[in-house]
Design a protein around this ligand. Structure first.
Ligand code: SF4
Ligand code: SF4
Length: 687
């Protein structure tokens, strides 16, 4: 094809303008990136695995197709079309200057053109489908209708149509020439839109995925010597934060799996990313982010369940961003909220989130006759705060101790342990987290501990990831992983009844362990029922991120949403593997009444199978009836006053198991004879 001199001049001007606007926009974003803080996540370590992930998630579009099959395949076809057109577009522009980049007389090039024609038809069908979905079906996850998406979809469709017509009309003909110009002008208009729109992900997603942390929700360490407090303003943003902000494709997958968003809270993880991007582009380097572009309310509604990060197809790490914003607000003393302050106060003074005295833990150690760790045992059994202070948590610990003893696995517990600092870290209080972490690491080192087993995946995550900052050389295993090995060699009777699995977010997503709890259930002879959202796609119970101690104030409660799904499985037992989940789920099962399943830890199920009659919950006995009368008598003697469930045994002079008192209170509450309410993770009762 021969263009006149004037046409070539026009072509040059059009291309220069298009490339110029493109380069200017990319340069502005590059400057933001270059000025940001270095990020420890930009590492070349494990590059073969990282490249493999890019190959699977970018080139094969594996995650996109897996999570949303229909829309995912359509998106994948558009993406593969984008790759297939790379040489075609270079050749197309070359023709304008009389350069034939692809030799059309070659057999292989003719095949290539034919293949691209087939791909062009597939892309055209896909893009029309995606446009219909976006503008007619309008799924909630895609958010507001945007003109930009429509324009880009239109451009892609026009590129395909003009390419296909170009295969019919030779460029030398008048019609072919017009089609060539139409294709060129659409290309020139499309290019500058890429970095200004969500289509920037075409260029950035491979980098965001390559440098995505290998561990979910990894909170990068702050450099205290450089007075880093978190993500308070743009100047605090790291390069990965900036890369993530511009890589977002606005697909809404994070939003549609977020328990906070799905229960009508203010928080929407997609909007956190987009509002952060808007802040980068419109605000000064020292302008605060929280309060100006993102509300504190939304940032502190996050349960840190990790569903957003797990789902994101372009490797965006929401939790370093959300926790970074919390840090910037809490570490600088700006966040003042009574419940959070109280929780921090409990952690500072009593070293546990319940604010209970260490003597409660000591009494439990004595009562349960747990051996102290003396350096000769294989494992140090980490109680954690729920295992040490919560009645049901204590039952899980006792069940685990029973199984370990039966399997002849040696273990001991520390005479004193303090909170791992999980809630402090997730809520952004780094000073408090470090205090607690250092105290624990020091105590464990002094005791000569090498291997730890914990019933709490939040503790395991904190000990294995967050404690690295203070140097923690321990091997930590979650109890379900140890039980999986043990269950195979225990002479447990075959189980019966129907058991549904509730995967704890911190186990299934954060630690990537889905199989171990199921293996334990299978060893008991149960084929686990799966709720609708299971495994890595599990739905949160609402406890994480410190919220078990703070509660929720807006919308439907997250635990209720999950409890309904578990009740729908029709199972008579829900098995879980985190001590927070039963606290949240038992409380939310109330409306299911008689049909509510029991919520038990896998350790309890295994222990019960060792001695079936002992561990199964039974109907209230005469002694328990007597307990109910004593509780009623006490509460009615103190009208208007509220009592902590854990203190009531002492107050009524009861010396038996605390769990018996809690169970009696639950029965009385269900019968409407006392009133109970959650204050964070603590249940208060009055007559
Ligand atoms: S971590 Fe969970 S609660 Fe927090 S924004 Fe992501 S999906 Fe929502
Ligand atoms: S953050 Fe990820 S999942 Fe969420 S809208 Fe953006 S690209 Fe989609």
């Amino acid at each position: 094809m021969e263009l006149s001199l004037l046409e070539r001049l026009v072509l040059l001007l059009v291309l220069a303008a298009s490339a110029g606007v493109f380069a200017r926009t990319v340069w502005a974003r590059w400057k933001l990136f270059a000025a940001a803080k270095p990020d420890t996540r930009f590492r070349w370590r494990s590059w073969p695995q990282r490249l493999w992930r890019v190959f699977r998630e970018v080139l094969l579009q594996e995650k996109i197709i897996r999570e949303r099959p229909a829309a995912g395949v359509a998106h994948a076809l558009v993406f593969w079309g984008f790759l297939a057109f790379a040489f075609i577009s270079i050749d197309h522009i070359g023709l304008g200057f009389g350069i034939e980049v692809l030799n059309r007389t070659s057999w292989s090039v003719r095949m290539y053109f034919l293949l691209v024609s087939v791909i062009a038809v597939a892309v055209l069908i896909s893009i029309v489908g995606l446009l219909l979905r976006r503008f007619l079906v309008r799924p909630r996850a895609l958010g507001e209708v945007s003109w930009e998406s429509g324009l880009i979809g239109l451009f892609i469709a026009l590129l395909m149509v003009t390419y296909l017509l170009g295969q019919v009309y030779e460029p030398e003909t008048e019609a072919g020439r017009k089609i060539w110009w139409a294709h060129t002008l659409v290309l020139a208009a499309f290019l500058p839109l890429i970095p200004r729109s969500k289509h920037f992900h075409l260029l950035l997603a491979p980098f965001a995925i390559f440098w995505q942390s290998r561990e979910l929700a990894l909170v990068p360490a702050l450099d205290y010597e450089k007075e880093e407090f978190g993500l308070e303003k743009r100047a605090d943003a790291t390069r990965k934060n900036i890369l993530d902000a511009f890589a977002c494709v606005e697909c809404g997958r994070c939003q549609e799996s977020c328990p906070a968003f799905l229960t009508d809270k203010v928080l929407n993880p997609k909007m956190i990313v987009l509002d952060f991007r808007r802040h980068l582009l419109t605000q000064g380097a020292e302008e605060p982010i929280v309060g100006v572009s993102i509300s504190a309310e939304s940032v502190f509604q996050c349960t840190t369940c990790g569903a957003c990060e797990y789902q994101c197809p372009v490797g965006i790490e929401h939790l370093p961003l959300i926790i970074g914003l919390r840090r910037g607000h809490v570490n600088t003393g700006k966040y003042q909220e009574p419940y959070t302050n109280k929780l921090f106060h409990h952690l500072e003074t009593r070293k546990n989130p319940f604010g209970l005295e260490a003597s409660v833990r000591e009494a439990f150690l004595q009562k349960a006759q747990l051996p102290l760790y003396d350096g000769t045992q294989e494992y140090c059994l980490w109680l954690g705060c729920v295992g040490a202070y919560d009645p049901h948590g204590q039952e899980i610990i006792q069940a685990l101790a029973k199984v370990l003893t039966a399997a002849r696995v040696s273990f001991g517990v520390l005479a004193r342990e303090v909170c791992t600092g999980d809630a402090a870290r997730r809520l952004g209080n780094d000073y408090l987290f470090l205090q607690l972490a250092e105290q624990n690491v020091e105590a464990l080192k002094q005791a000569g501990v090498r291997k730890l087993v914990s019933i709490c995946p939040h503790c395991v995550k904190t000990m294995t990831q967050d404690w690295r900052e203070v140097g923690a050389p321990f091997q930590v295993v979650h109890h379900s992983q140890l039980l999986e090995k043990i269950a195979r060699r225990l002479p447990v009777p075959r189980g019966n009844g129907s058991v549904a699995v509730h995967d704890p977010c911190y186990l299934a997503r954060h630690l990537g362990e889905v199989e171990a709890p199921r293996a334990v259930l299978r060893a008991l002879g149960n084929e686990p029922h799966e709720p609708e959202r299971a495994g890595g796609r599990t739905f949160c119970c609402g406890a994480g991120g410190g919220l078990v101690f703070l509660g929720e104030e807006k919308g439907k409660r997250v635990n209720r949403e999950r409890a309904e799904e578990l009740v729908d499985t029709g199972a008579d037992t829900v098995a879980t593997a985190c001590p927070f989940c039963p606290i949240m789920l038992r409380d939310a099962m109330g409306p299911a009444g008689e049909s509510a399943p029991r919520v038990l830890d896998v350790a309890e199920l295994l222990a019960a199978a060792l001695e079936p009659t002992e561990a199964r919950p039974s109907q209230p006995s005469a002694a328990e009836d007597n307990l109910e009368s004593r509780l009623l008598e006490f509460l009615s003697a103190h009208p208007g006053e509220e009592f902590h469930a854990l203190y009531l045994p002492k107050q009524i002079g009861y010396t038996g198991a605390v769990s018996a008192v809690v169970a009696a209170l639950k029965r009385l509450e269900e019968a409407g004879r006392v009133q109970g309410r959650m204050a964070g993770a603590v249940r208060l009762y009055r007559g």
